[in-house]
Design a protein around this ligand. Structure first.
Ligand code: ARG
Length: 420
């Protein structure tokens, strides 16, 4: 009988290495590993070798950085999507793309199953499985970590040793880390205690604000239709631009986020994030929108940003709602072209100037000098009519009539016994 083929999302870490072997043993399967380069700093050179040593018949390593930035990160940036107001969602945005990678390779290799290394209590299992269901409903998704016998890292390491799987993991590294171009997520260990400040060794890519330089750094970001295209007057590729802002922001302690967040599976968890480029770009992008968007569009967009973030976080990237929201957002971005200068200083980002050919800021209307052209007298009639409903309401409350007929003040009717 032909062996079943499984495409496994593979990072080269302990969980996914053990998973490759476990699937071979348990299912008598041929395992093909799929590793996506989303710009994680971890070297991927040893990963292929390790996959083969662990028993894979084929190992794919795909550079997905550009696709990640242009197809996933930038739509979320334009939408202003920050989960629970703060988290730029590096992990949440990466999962649907990795799910797509699994599906693409499964198609190419004639596999009938894909597998991921997520646990049974996180958001990532949902993101993988909903995304695969959307893209390839016929593929079966396996989640070995939800069902296997290992109860600790020690047991996994023992299994790895028994099967000659090379492991670099030591029992002492206390953190679970997920990293890509858009940021790093760090959890577990002492971070599980929400009363404790995150210790220095938890951070991977930023210096502590108090250790950042005493001189601020200024950087001017150029946007075209809501997308960053250059820094300090120099046009840059998308990946290159994010890398540069990660380095600069990280050196100034920018982008640390310590969050108690609501997971889709119903629990609160504590996660620490580092996202220098994401923090700077979201900040600058919003500043440019403050300048260029019509008031009602800006306000509506702020509301939709919350929805957008929630759907991405909750694994619904490949949903019709996301496509529809993208269409709305793209319409709003037509005028989001211009430059924003930001100041990075000891962990903070501040605006230091903004300009746009589409700026709706009109100095002649805003100024308090003799240049003022605002029609002050027109305000009088405006306020009279604008405030009329509120005025009428309070008149009735005080005098019992809105018709100008003096009457007794309104006595509120008591709630009848029968409906209490
Ligand atoms: N809580 C984040 C999310 O659901 C990150 C999850 C992965 N975190 C980690 N440290 N491995 O998007």
């Amino acid at each position: 009988m032909k062996k079943p083929r499984i495409v496994v999302a593979y990072s080269g870490g302990l969980d996914t290495s053990v998973m490759v072997r476990w699937l071979i043993e348990r299912m008598g399967a041929e395992v093909i590993t799929a590793t996506g380069d989303l710009g994680q700093s971890k070297e991927l050179t040893g990963v292929r070798d390790k996959a083969y040593k662990t028993g894979a018949v084929k190992a794919y390593i795909e550079d997905l950085r550009k696709e990640f930035v242009q197809g996933y990160v930038f739509p979320a940036l334009k939408a202003g999507a920050l989960y629970e107001g703060v988290y730029p969602m590096a992990t949440s945005l990466g999962r649907p793309l990795l799910a797509k990678l699994l599906v693409d390779i499964a198609r190419k290799e004639g596999a009938t199953m894909v597998a991921h290394g997520c646990t049974g209590k996180g958001n990532d299992q949902v993101r993988f499985e909903v995304s695969v269901a959307a893209l390839a409903p016929d593929l079966k998704v396996l989640a070995p970590l939800r069902e296997w016998e290992f109860k600790s890292r020690e047991e996994e390491i023992a299994y790895a040793h028994k099967h000659g799987i090379p492991v670099t993991a030591t029992i002492s590294n206390p953190y679970s880390i997920d990293e890509n171009l858009w940021g790093t997520a760090i959890e577990c260990g002492i971070l599980e205690d929400p009363t404790v400040e995150a210790p220095a060794d938890a951070f991977q890519q930023t210096v502590a604000p108090e250790e950042a330089p005493d001189e601020p750094a200024y950087v001017e970001i150029e946007f075209i239709r809501g997308l960053p295209v250059g820094l300090n007057g120099k046009k840059m590729g998308t990946v290159e631009l994010i890398v540069a802002l990660n380095d600069l922001g990280g050196a100034h302690g920018v982008g640390r986020i310590d969050l108690i967040e609501n997971r889709l599976v119903g629990i609160k968890s504590r996660e620490v994030y580092e996202a220098p480029a994401a923090t700077i770009l979201h900040f600058a992008h919003t500043e440019l929108e403050r300048l260029t968007l019509d008031r009602s569009v800006f306000h509506m967009k702020t509301q939709l940003a919350t929805e957008y973030a929630a759907l991405v976080y909750n694994g619904l990237w490949f949903s019709p709602l996301r496509t529809a929201l993208d269409a709305f957002v793209d319409e709003t971005q037509k005028m989001v072209t211009g430059r924003v200068k930001v100041k990075l200083f000891k962990g903070s980002v501040a605006v230091a100037g903004r300009s746009s050919i589409y700026s709706l800021y009109n100095t002649k209307l805003a100024t308090y000098t003799s240049e003022d052209t605002f029609d002050h007298k027109a305000s009088e009639g405006f306020i009279k009519i604008y405030g009329l409903p509120v005025k009428t309401y309070h008149q009735v409350q005080k005098s019992g009539s809105g018709n100008g007929v003096a009457a007794k003040p309104v006595k509120h009717h008591p709630v009848p016994e029968s409906v209490k």
